[in-house]
Design a protein around this ligand. Structure first.
Ligand SMILES: C[S@@+](CC[C@H](N)C(=O)[O-])C[C@H]1O[C@@H](n2cnc3c(N)ncnc32)[C@H](O)[C@@H]1O
Length: 853
């Protein structure tokens, strides 16, 4: 059971800027004001002028013409002191830039020159480019620019691919240190398409000397869906997940497969750039976006930090570029009723929308679906790491219970479960444990009593009379139970202040058969006190403890058993009616799937500077900016199911056609389960304080196929529980919608990896997970192995075209446990694929897990 605060709904305003590839007029404060009047929030500006560009080109040309042709020295290197003549780019002068510090500079986004080539395989070009970048970054920082966009790396140079990426990454790292307050955005395409890397006039790339760009492999590059993501991964790794490093992502005209889109959702995309050319025309001739683009934008806008939008080359800002007249549009919200072109022409210039793309985006903003209750509930908590609760050892505060009690599903489902169990009890004519025929019901761990209220309600609904007991060890919550018994329950509840593991069960007087009232507990006496003060044959009469017919508990954590429900219920199960007793819940299971969670990784890395245990701690977290690494090929029917892993289902989205988003379904495997009652509980010693808990250890080994390459930062954990019969609760993204849609009590649990592991295309992740105990406490251990699946050369079997053949754990081939990190191990599968181990994590251990005492 975890907790989050409730927050009010918020209207998400899009922050929209305007960008021109060849901006001719300087971005002055007046220009920014014009942009504001037109309803733009910001403008981009180049840092340097075309004059500077020409100067560099002239300098470079003359340098190259006076340089020797590079030649290899005796040891075969091309880049050494004998064949490299340094070219130093001179500092900027007034004619090289139009940028000046001013009051409105905070609303200006600087763009560094796109004609440089930081990735050039020619070290001279890469170095000149680096110098230019540093000059621009330093000057932008001096002027007070807060946000910079650096055009992404050029990945293709003839037959060479990604060769200079390290130069690029190193330059970005340097830029981050040159400008200590600037947020840097790397401008990336969603996929790597070599044909999109066109070379414009004046670019430095063609200056690369042939000697450096020759490759043995001159095969033209192909579209690589994860190519730009790969480049980003290298850049941010080089920059050590720097907190000021973000992505500006270009929306392409044709969106890539959903797996590529979801990957970008998990990354720090702080700017979405939309070119005028990707707009289509509606029937009235106005620019609009295709539904797929609308859905993608809507999805991005629901992230904790929604990206800003940059409209690129959609026409000038009115009032700029010599067009001094500003003609406001009636209202952006009215823009769905765009006039036809003829109407617009007839209405004259005064009513002509000078910024139709912007009007459309403002209109799209108004049409965003309202936040669901779950989204509102979790606002501000997306990707926020919380320590799991330990209600056994720590007494919860009232406000924590209050948050639990807001769940619209959990308590209703418990009520249904109790009602069904009561009905079955009566229909099956089972004998009760109470002499007066009432079904004896106990809520153990009653908190402030919501399950007691629900059980009483279930009894009233079904007409099945119950004898109600409530056990709680939190002395503060117990005060409220007493108060509720007086004010709400009419004294109908027998209250016991005790750890359930030492409760002896309902206590009744046996000497006075006419007495129908169970004794003592309504006074709220401590059970330990009761059991000593109400011994048989005392003056008050003879007493005995009798069984419970229905035992209700809610001791579940985000991973099911992590709040020690098994251990607590073990201590009370012996009280259950041995023949007919019912435990609600009757069972629960823990579930896992590997995820990419770069934001969580960065947060935990920061925390680990002051807390070495940070990367070995499981966290409760509303997973949001994550990507499932192992998915089935089909997509969900519900557009929001991907999000629902973290924020619950989002059926509201169905009403908004523009938000159709079919996310891949994650493969989530069951790690283990617990059932109550459990016949294997050992009898605990009465003379020793040691608790025998071996029967509650678990271990499991789960295999997850991964079609696309990615980075595994950790494991997302969920639970499912069967309350009674077919009434179930689930946080598992695959089943939650069917089992308990709208439940908000639990966020997923996250088991981090200290060092993220790279997953190759056609890879497999194998997770080994333990639930351990030393009879005083319980903890988890987890490790991750990564395999590459290679098709075996001599495989002649037919029918298997992809290694994504199975979602069940693959146990074939006797893999040897942990031969050591980095050591490659090959095992043949019987289906034509060889598993090659490519990476292995260390064994992580949640050393601070729950104490049993
Ligand atoms: C997650 S809260 C649930 C409270 C309430 N039943 C509800 O659903 O809102 C778990 C409750 O169980 C209590 N609890 C945990 N372990 C217990 C134990 N061993 N004996 C008695 N109460 C326990 C905690 O103090 C807490 O009030």
């Amino acid at each position: 059971m975890e907790t989050v605060p409730e927050t009010d709904d918020m209207v998400q305003t899009f922050c929209i800027g305007q960008h021109e590839t060849n901006r001719l007029v300087p971005v002055t404060p007046q220009a920014v004001q014009s942009a504001h009047r037109s309803n733009y929030d910001m403008l981009t500006t180049p840092i340097t002028t075309s004059h500077f560009h020409s100067q560099v080109l002239a300098l470079l040309s003359s340098h190259l013409s006076s340089s020797e042709i590079p030649y290899r020295d005796a040891v075969g290197t091309l880049n050494n002191s004998r064949n490299t003549k340094v070219l130093t780019v001179p500092p900027l002068s007034a004619v090289d830039t139009t940028l000046t510090p001013n009051d409105l500079i905070s609303q200006v986004v600087g763009i560094t020159s796109s004609w440089i080539d930081l990735c050039s395989p020619d070290p001279l070009i890469a170095d000149v480019s680096r110098q230019i970048l540093m000059l621009e970054v330093a000057y932008a920082a001096f002027c007070g620019i807060n946000y910079l966009i650096i055009p992404g790396p050029r990945l293709h140079h003839g037959g060479l691919h990604s060769e200079g990426l390290m130069y690029y990454s190193r330059a970005v790292q340097e830029a981050l240190s040159v400008a200590p307050y600037i947020q840097i955005h790397i401008w990336l395409r969603m996929v790597d398409n070599p044909e999109a890397e066109v070379t414009a006039m004046g670019e430095l790339a063609p200056f690369a000397r042939e000697d450096f760009s020759v490759s043995d492999n001159d095969v033209p590059g192909k579209i690589d869906l994860f190519g730009t993501w790969d480049a980003w991964e290298i850049i941010r790794t080089t920059c050590k997940h720097h907190s000021r490093l973000f992505i500006a992502l270009t929306l392409p005209k044709h969106l890539p497969p959903i797996q590529v889109q979801t990957r970008w959702f998990s990354e720090p995309v702080h700017l979405l750039t939309i070119e005028g050319a990707i707009f289509i025309k509606n029937q009235k001739g106005y620019p609009v976006l295709a539904r797929a683009h609308q859905a993608l934008i809507s999805r991005f806008m629901r992230l904790r930090t929604p990206p800003w939008i940059l409209l690129c080359d959609v026409g000038p800002v009115p009032g700029l570029d010599g067009d001094d007249e500003f003609h406001p549009v009636n209202s952006p919200a009215d823009s769905s009723n765009f006039p036809t072109i003829t109407q617009a022409v007839n209405q004259g210039k005064k009513h002509f929308d000078q910024t139709p793309h912007l009007s459309y985006m403002r209109n799209l903003q108004q049409r965003q679906p309202p936040r669901t209750p779950i989204e509102r509930f979790g606002t501000g908590y997306q990707d926020y790491l919380q320590a799991p609760l330990q209600p056994l050892t720590v007494n919860l505060e009232s406000v924590t219970y209050e948050v639990f009690e807001k769940d619209p599903i959990k308590y209703a489902w418990y009520e249904r479960a109790v009602a069904k169990a009561l009905n079955d009890w009566m229909e099956q004519k089972k004998p009760t444990s109470s002499p007066d025929g009432k079904v004896v019901v106990a809520v153990v761990g009653a908190g402030r009593g919501p399950l007691v209220t629900r059980a009483l309600r279930a009894s009233a609904e079904t007409g099945v009379k119950i004898e109600m007991w409530a056990v709680e060890k939190n002395p503060n919550a117990f005060v409220l139970l007493q108060r509720h018994n007086d004010s709400i329950w009419n004294g109908a509840v027998n209250l016991v202040k005790s750890d359930m593991r030492s409760w002896k069960g309902p206590c009744r007087e046996i000497n006075h058969s006419q007495s129908k009232v169970p004794v003592g507990e309504t006074l709220g006496l401590d059970d330990a006190l009761l059991s000593t003060s109400l011994e048989p044959n005392q003056a008050t009469g003879e007493f005995k403890h009798t069984p419970v017919d229905i035992l209700i508990s809610e001791l579940l954590g985000s991973f099911g058993d992590n709040e020690l429900s098994p251990e607590c219920l073990d201590g009370v199960t012996h009280l259950l009616n041995p023949v007919h007793g019912i435990s609600i819940p009757s069972s629960y299971s823990a579930h896992l799937t590997p995820i990419a969670a770069p934001k969580l990784y960065a947060d935990i890395s920061t925390q680990s500077i002051s807390n070495s245990a940070a990367p070995e701690t499981p966290y409760v977290v509303m997973l949001h900016a994550i990507d499932y690494l192992s998915t089935t090929s089909s997509s969900t029917a519900n557009p929001a199911t991907h999000m629902s892993s973290s924020i619950g289902s989002n059926s509201n989205l169905d009403c908004y056609p523009s938000t159709c988003f079919r996310a891949p379904i994650p493969i989530v495997h069951t790690a283990w389960s617990f059932s109550h009652h459990n016949p294997n509980i050992p009898i605990q010693s009465t003379t020793s304080s040691t608790i025998f808990n071996e029967h509650n250890t678990r271990q499991s080994r789960l295999t997850f196929p991964c079609q696309n390459r990615g980075m595994c930062h950790g494991l997302a954990g969920y639970f499912e529980t069967v309350l009674y019969d077919d009434i179930e609760l689930s946080t598992n993204p695959v089943t939650m919608e069917n089992k308990s849609d709208g439940m908000i009590s639990w966020f997923p649990i996250y088991f981090p990896l200290k060092t993220p592991l790279y997953i190759p295309d056609n890879g497999e992740i194998v997770v080994t997970m333990f639930r351990q105990t030393d009879n005083r406490k319980v903890w988890y251990e987890w490790m991750v192995e990564v395999f590459r699946l290679d098709r075996t050369a001599n495989f002649s079997g037919g029918g298997i075209s992809s290694p994504q053949r199975s979602t069940t754990p693959v146990m074939s081939g006797a893999r040897v446990a942990s031969p050591g990190a980095g050591k490659t191990e090959r095992k043949e599968n019987n289906n034509g694929y060889r598993r090659v181990r490519v990476a292995i994590s260390e064994m992580h251990s949640s050393i601070k897990e729950g104490c049993l005492m």
